[in-house]
Design a protein around this ligand. Structure first.
Ligand SMILES: *Cc1c(COP(=O)(O)O)cnc(C)c1O
Ligand SMILES: [Zn+2]
Length: 455
């Protein structure tokens, strides 16, 4: 039987407190600075594990104070929402190797009017799209690229570049962080299946962008083959380093509520990394006594790409994979999600729910939210539509505090907005609000305004 610590690479003392281990429970600890993505014994995903004892040397009150105090600091690297929790993320990271553009600390705002309309007045939106590349993917990439940068300073380092398959936002984040660090990035995109903004982001950041004639799941297969060779480091969420950065969003939400836990968190899901991350952050806070209850997590899927919903409907008896159909929510167009096991654990442990939304439902929900001041990406539209369903069927109660995680900025999805408001989507775009074209004539303008404000 291998000794428990045999394979810990000797980076520094803290690596004994934080290490990769098999998510499926096999024995073995591996350094987070080693190039590996799966358990060498059973091939299941790894997870970064933080020994609880060293962290418990500080009380819950002390941790809260530390995290509160860093939320507004300029002291490197703690001003980042991710690295403000460095001890909970990668404690053995050298601060000079941190690759950060002050991601995180995104706004959590009260959706007053929308909440009133839907009958849940305590409704909040966590705007993860207000971030460097416009999606929550920045949270994970700062961790992954930082670790790669540190690996590159180590003796016998094999890594020369980073690579990912992407539905659009992962590649934008990887390309930006890699460019910031000066590390080459190789991007695999399904040709014609990402938005213009998503395509041009990695192009602008100087990544090697390869558009393949397949879907995301096809790109994922290719990138896994290409990264067999450890000179190219895999940056998909199968790589559990990303989960470490993304888990900070749940911690941040609780901090923003002055350490109170909301009743529900609704999150749009595709590859299932982000919901796994959310759960992992909450579990850590539970174990450290920072919180004493879990929120109920709701995974929101597009009906066109709903393998997780189908698995939920069969009580998670078996994993379902589908060929993902075309959906406006292109970042969650995934038929065979990688982080399935972790997400099942997340839903089970939080008494969670998986629900889905059709194309019409997601577009209408996004348009409705926009009319109350938001600017929802289609994935956030999926979450909004699921919220509406759960309120309508009485699952979410009027007094419940609910947070919707908005995963990307609507500005990345201009085509979606334009097509809706030009009524070009294959549905009744009942809230379409196209501009009115008029001659430059004051009387015509006055008539039009009068007509509109009257009704
Ligand atoms: C990546 C992404 C998701 C899905 O996250 P997973 O971790 O793949 O479940 C949802 N929304 C947006 C905008 C994304 O970019
Ligand atoms: Zn294993």
């Amino acid at each position: 039987m291998p000794s428990e610590t045999a394979s810990v690479a000797n980076t520094d003392d803290a690596s004994n407190d934080v290490y990769f281990r098999c998510f499926n429970g096999c024995e073995g600890r591996y350094s987070v600075f080693e190039v590996m993505y799966r358990c060498p014994k059973c091939d299941s995903l790894l997870e970064v594990h933080h020994q609880r004892e060293p962290l418990k040397r500080k009380s819950a009150a002390q941790w809260k104070e530390i995290l509160n105090s860093r939320a507004s600091t300029t002291k490197w690297p703690y001003g980042s929402g991710v690295w403000g929790m460095k001890e909970w993320v990668i404690p053995s990271m050298d601060s000079e190797n941190v690759v950060s553009m002050n991601e995180g600390n995104t706004n959590l705002f009260w959706a007053d009017r929308l909440g009133q309309q839907l009958g849940v007045p305590d409704l909040w939106i966590k705007l993860c799209g207000n971030s460097h590349t416009g999606s929550f993917k920045d949270l994970g990439m700062t961790v992954l690229v930082s670790v790669v940068k540190q690996m590159m300073t180590m003796k016998d380092n094999p890594v020369k570049a980073v690579a990912c398959a992407s539905t659009g936002d992962t590649s934008a984040a990887l390309a930006a962080y890699a460019a910031y660090a000066g590390i080459p990035a190789v991007i695999f995109l399904p040709a014609g299946k990402v938005s213009t903004a998503q395509l041009i982001q990695p192009v602008s950041n100087g990544a090697h962008v390869l558009a393949l004639d397949t879907d995301f799941d096809g790109c994922m297969k290719i990138v896994q083959e290409v990264t067999q060779d450890s000179s190219i480091y895999l940056a998909n969420s199968m790589n559990s380093l990303r989960i470490e950065g993304q888990k900070t969003v749940g911690i941040e939400i609780v901090r923003q509520f002055n350490w109170e836990v909301p009743d529900w968190i609704i999150i749009p899901v595709g590859n299932l990394g982000n919901i796994s991350a959310l759960h992992k952050g909450f579990q850590l806070m539970m174990d450290l006594g920072v919180i004493d209850k879990m929120p109920r997590l709701v995974a929101a899927q597009a009906a066109q790409a709903d393998p997780f919903y189908r698995s939920f409907k069969n009580n998670f008896k078996e994993k379902v994979a589908v060929t993902a159909g075309e959906t406006l929510a292109n970042a969650i167009r995934i038929g065979d999600p990688v982080s399935y096991d972790k997400a099942v654990a997340a839903v089970k442990a939080t008494h969670g729910i998986v629900e889905q939304a059709t194309e019409t439902e997601l577009a209408q929900a996004a348009a409705q939210a926009d009319l109350t001041g938001m600017y929802c990406c289609p994935h956030t539209g999926v979450a909004m539509a699921v919220l509406k369903k759960l309120v309508a069927d009485g699952t979410i109660k009027k007094s419940d505090r609910t947070v919707v995680i908005s995963t990307a900025h609507g500005l990345k999805f201009t085509d979606f907005k334009v097509n809706y408001h030009e009524s070009k989507l294959a549905m009744d775009c009942t809230m379409a609000n196209p501009p009115k074209y008029l001659p430059a004539d004051a009387n015509a303008v006055k008539d039009e305004i009068a007509k509109r404000l009257e009704s």
